[in-house]
Design a protein around this ligand. Structure first.
Ligand SMILES: [Zn+2]
Length: 110
């Protein structure tokens, strides 16, 4: 059985990975070393859209991780934000940043 310190460690590692990923994506979008070729610019434009959505989902995940860390600090980590039920540890192992039990997550489509 993992305790909050274990989850905190996992979340901090995830946070660090994500922060690196977001920095790399932002750098890619800003095109350091821009090409002059038009056709290449068009494909870069498509690439940007993929990068942007990747960046957005990473940012969303990052904010969930930050929120989960806050929930560890205030002692509410193991309980659902919505109904207060205990979140099963199997679920937390799979989604350490979740703030909801399975049934509430289904309702709000987390
Ligand atoms: Zn719930």
């Amino acid at each position: 059985m993992l305790d909050t310190n274990d989850y905190k460690k996992i979340l901090l590692e995830m946070k660090q990975d994500l922060t690196h990923r977001i920095t790399a994506i932002d750098k890619d979008i800003r095109h350091e070393g821009m090409t002059a070729d038009w056709s290449e610019q068009a494909s870069e434009r498509e690439n940007d859209e993929v990068l942007e959505s990747l960046g957005n989902s990473s940012k969303q995940e990052l904010s969930m991780i930050k929120y989960a860390l806050k929930r560890i600090d205030d002692g509410s980590y193991f309980h659902c934000d919505e109904c207060g039920a205990e979140i099963p540890s199997a679920r937390l192992k799979l989604l350490p940043f979740t703030a909801h039990c399975v049934s509430c997550a289904e309702l709000i489509e987390e």
